[in-house]
Write a protein that binds this ligand. Structure first.
Ligand SMILES: Cc1cc2nc3c(=O)[nH]c(=O)nc-3n(C[C@H](O)[C@H](O)[C@H](O)COP(=O)(O)OP(=O)(O)OC[C@H]3O[C@@H](n4cnc5c(N)ncnc54)[C@H](O)[C@@H]3O)c2cc1C
Length: 367
């Protein structure tokens, strides 16, 4: 009988890979690690932002090679069911995986149909394919503008969205791109957000900075504007006002990607977790770092930190002598000056580290 403790990680995104590679770093070979994922690659989702502008960022990292390198048993099949009484995960391919500890890192999904018309009319940057389609639409905007037809691009952050920052980045990238296409004067850019202040989950300082940046670039923006409905050529807001558009780009409301019946979850399906370690409430050995958990801001940078804390906790329980300090989190929404630089940096260094089978804390020096 194999007596090594076992950890099953579900999800090959930021949180899942960070947890798996960190556990391997701390515990070495005294651990059986299984990675269950519905995709053969890691997607650097934050880099979708560059795709509409014809740039070629690193989007995909194949999982087979880093998994082999780190001695991780890779199962490419979606999770079908979780049995926390039996400590067992059933896969869609009818295999099952037993665990001593489970890390549920299946991330978030979009639920655009919370707002009438939001699923039909806007473009998004949620997947590389959708970002590519948006690139085609932007080319059309530029063509019309070149032909002398004024264009309106409206960027919309609706209630229920828990990661507004990419649309702010998109506004600035769009403004630069239109200038490079020599059509900036023909295109009006407008951003409306339900937030009371720009980027409010990142802290009070960014509101003024965003406002100044928008003013300097001639981008019109408005806070406190909750959308009620989207029509083919205009948006209706809760106060009855409307805004027309030629092109609409949104980042829809978030929900959990996977439902886990029997585990305690928020009304959006996010698993209720202990904020210090991402342990799922009501369980002893199940953790949910990253977007799958109920922390009210969804960011890869936070997913990494949550996965580190979860991995430390699991490692400490398996072998209290293996590591000195256990990382504990006490994030406060709107209070951290680190989140903004942190979220930008993950785009560049995480695909490189994950390709090498390394977690974020080993830094680029770990390559
Ligand atoms: C356009 C855009 C730009 C962004 N920009 C930034 C940024 O600049 N900085 C930043 O910090 N964050 C950014 N974010 C947010 C960031 O992408 C997420 O917070 C991050 O991806 C969350 O990591 P995660 O591991 O929790 O989930 P994910 O990265 O979504 O990974 C979830 C994993 O679970 C797998 N999975 C799902 N369902 C199943 C199943 N049933 N069975 C098995 N596996 C499953 C998926 O295949 C995936 O591998 C951006 C998001 C978007 C959409």
């Amino acid at each position: 009988m194999n007596a090594s403790p076992s950890v099953a990680v579900v999800g090959g995104g930021f949180a899942g890979l960070e947890a798996a590679f960190t556990l391997r770093e701390i515990l070495g070979e005294q651990l059986r690690l299984t990675l269950i994922t519905d995709s053969p690659y890691f997607l650097t989702r934050p880099n979708n932002i560059y795709v509409p502008f014809g740039r070629d960022p690193r989007l995909y990292v194949g999982l087979a090679s880093p998994a082999t390198r780190r001695g991780i048993d890779l199962r490419r099949s979606p999770l079908a069911a979780l049995d926390t009484d039996a400590n067992r995960i059933d896969l869609a391919d009818r295999e099952s995986v037993r665990y001593d500890y489970a890390v549920l890192a299946t991330g978030a999904a979009m639920r655009p149909d919370e707002v009438p018309g939001l699923a039909e009319h806007p473009h998004t940057i949620w997947t590389p394919d959708k970002a590519k389609a948006l690139g085609t639409a932007l080319q059309r905007v530029a063509e019309y503008a070149h032909a002398g037809m004024e264009q309106r691009v409206l960027l919309l952050v609706p209630p229920g969205n828990l990661c507004s920052a990419p649309l702010y980045d998109f506004a600035l990238l769009l403004e630069e791109w239109l200038r490079s296409e020599l059509v900036r004067d023909q295109v009006q850019i407008e951003l409306t957000t339900f937030e009371d202040r720009y980027l409010e989950s990142f802290g009070p300082d960014l509101h003024g900075a965003a406002r100044a940046e928008f003013a300097a670039r001639g981008i019109t923006a408005a806070t406190g504007t909750a959308v009620n409905a989207v029509h083919p050529d205009h948006v209706v807001y809760a106060d009855g006002s409307t805004r027309p558009f030629d092109l609409l780009v949104t980042f829809p409301p978030h929900v959990a990607a996977v439902a886990y019946p029997g585990l305690s979850a928020s009304d959006r399906g996010f698993l209720k977790t202990d904020p210090a370690t991402s342990r799922v409430m009501g369980t002893e050995n199940v953790f949910a770092p990253g977007d799958a958990g109920d922390f009210p801001v969804k960011l890869a940078y936070l997913a990494l930190r949550q996965a580190d804390a979860a991995a430390d906790e699991i490692a400490w329980r398996i072998d209290p002598t293996a590591k000195g300090d256990r990382r504990r989190l006490d994030f406060e929404v709107g209070a951290s000056p680190l989140w903004n630089p942190g979220r930008m940096s993950v785009r560049v260094y995480m695909p490189r580290l994950f390709a090498a089978g390394r977690p974020s804390q080993t830094g680029i020096g770990g390559l």
